[in-house]
Design a protein around this ligand. Sequence first.
Ligand code: GLC
Length: 429
Amino acid sequence: MLTPEITKRLRSTAVEILSVNDKGNYTVPTEGLYPFQWNWDSCLTAIGMSNVNEERGWTEIETLFDHQWPNGMVPHIIFHEKNAGYFPGPEVWATQRPTPTSGITQPAVAGFALQKLYQRSERPDAVKTRATALVQAIDRWHQWFYQYRDPDDQALVAVLHPWETGRDNSVDWDSAFERVPTDGVGSYQRRDLDHADASMRPTGEQYDRYIWLVQHFRSLGWSNQSLHDNSPFRIVDPGFNAILIRSCEALAEVAESLGEDAIAQRNHDFSARGRLALGSLWSDAHEQYVCYDRANASLVDSASIGGLLPVFALDDGAQVKKLARRIDSLCDRVKYNVPSHDPDDARFDSKRYWRGPIWLIVNYMLVDGLRRHGHNELVQRLVSSSLGLISENGMAEYFDPVTGGACGGKNFTWTAAMVLEFLRDDVAS
Ligand code: GLC
């Protein structure tokens, strides 16, 4: 139970973390480990920021979109400043952008974030021009997804690198990753291990494969026409698609209220078709959605949190109910919630990044979807577990669902942003 004193302390710590990681017009996820701007971190952070400084929330997203590629892609990292403490840096990506960026993308949560900011704005007329500019930019990104990552028009997009999913070392990628070679990668020095415990990070072999893919895409000149078909890693992730589908819906609604009718129509269509197509990823065996490996045409046998994220996007109450049951069952099996992988799977690892640990941003998206469908008890369960975890262990990058212990980087921006969200009455109740 949170007392008013604890609530006050959590709020002020969260505000402090946002300010420490604030570089003026963008935030870094945390000093040291991640010293640049990350795509979905910034969008989720902007939502949390809107509780303390609406203006700053808008600039967070605008800065990200200032670095959108001419083809519509929004990169996963913007290297605003030089910093030798991160690998792989701009020289490895070699994308030839005016401000260096990576060459891959990340979950498209911007449309959803924009809608939150717009709905909450105290001065909707004053932000109309900025909102319209962002609507147009986000629409170009959504079009890029369906053009280049869904070449056969299946209404589901593929990710070409685990880093695109935001769930870097999930069990979901293991089988496809075995097909990614490591020869010719050369030697390099990982910098993440200077800042975080090796037992909580991806393994050396996984890292070689991450880097092989980057080098491969670079050798293809980052050309979107070639990347999809030439990548040995081509996965349709239900979580990634659910986030995109929800953002298309959110963008359509904002576009409608701004009189951007063509954009509204296009994004309504993307989301309606995407929802239908998600059905092909359902697994009766796991009672949830699973990934589809497009490079070898098979479903992936892995029950991760990505397959529960469709609660964020679905409008079918019966499907959401099944997922709610499954989330509840995961919660029954660990002390803190929600684990990012099924604890009964032998591949579950309570400390290693996305193979078991809890991430508050995921809890937030689950809570949002569950609330829309009236699963209020489960919402309460997730919100109080999230806030309990934070009040005992601080605003870390992720948490061990068995012990509740803090893992990865400390003083994490998007964790702090989500705390501000969970403290709102309209999210927690
Ligand atoms: C890790 C996470 C990713 C996040 C990034 C910055 O790579 O897996 O989701 O965007 O860190 O916080």
